[in-house]
Design a protein around this ligand. Sequence first.
Ligand SMILES: Cc1ncc(COP(=O)(O)O)c(C=O)c1O
Length: 348
Amino acid sequence: MDFRSDNVASVAPAILDAISAAGRRSDTPYGDDALGKRVQARFAEIFERDVVVLPVVTGTIANALSISLLTPPWGVIYTGDGSHTLHDECGAPELFSGGAKVTPVAETAGKIDLAALKHKIAAAGKGVVHNAQPACISLTQASETGAVYSAGEVGAVGDMAAEFGLGFHMDGARFANAAAASSDSPADMTWRAGVDALSFGATKNGAFAAEAIVLFRTEKADELTYRHKRAGQLLSKMRLISAQLDAYLEGGLWLTLAAHANKMAQDLIAGLGAIPQTNLEGPGEANEVFVSLPRTVIGRLRDAGYRFYDWPETEPETTTIRLVTRHDNTADEIAALLASIREFCAAS
Ligand SMILES: Cc1ncc(COP(=O)(O)O)c(C=O)c1O
């Protein structure tokens, strides 16, 4: 059983069917087809306003292109010190922005620390020619440690962006999990809280390869369109990506799938809470669960065929592991994992 990542998830049947249907017919290329237009309309409905939507094939390029719109080459991009943008994108935000500087900000309980953020921005040397210039904040929702920002918390970051005249990007590779876990609306969690551009994920939550840049600062639409093409993201057969997004959004499937993944995490957390040698690390508000266990138990779980990452991956003696739940996990899988942990803990 594989709890390494939601990237291992299967493709939701409705999305597979949509890909197949779109692939069996001819249509206008480069996104200028009926499916592409329907995807735009669906996003406008979800976010309660006109938005510009550009489908892309990875979260990395969604982040890099969004950020490149919001920062000049001499800019600073502020992001949480555990963020994907900082650690896992091979310098793509720097490349696509023409050399801007991604700068880590301390996180508290998995969320960017506002005081630390303010301090970094204020101390950056605005207007000093020798210093890279504050340009953009990038927030991850849900965060890499399984925390979900409320609309109010996003708004506090948005206020800071406004105070210092910075752009505001949201890495929403797991936006669906955040939205499903929250009582706030997608609009309140994004543009009404000051977000300029959102990387809206689908691949981790049932799509095959589909993400979307949702641009709220629509006056930047032309620039984004050219950047998108230059980055090789304007697929001639764009309908194969649009078909995934269309099926993903239809009837709220994106929220149904994410709510299931979140529920699996909640079940896991509840079960772990009853096992004495386990310690929950992190808030567990979306679909990522971090738990510390005796090393012997971690070894026995691996021997029994469970797959997961040590956390942090770079720390060989860590006793914390990351378990990511998915839209396609079953209650039986969670029960089996809990039974194994219970058994191995009792024997340790
Ligand atoms: C927080 C976050 N952002 C973005 C991504 C997108 O990555 P990829 O370029 O692999 O689609 C990921 C994937 O692991 C992620 O966890």
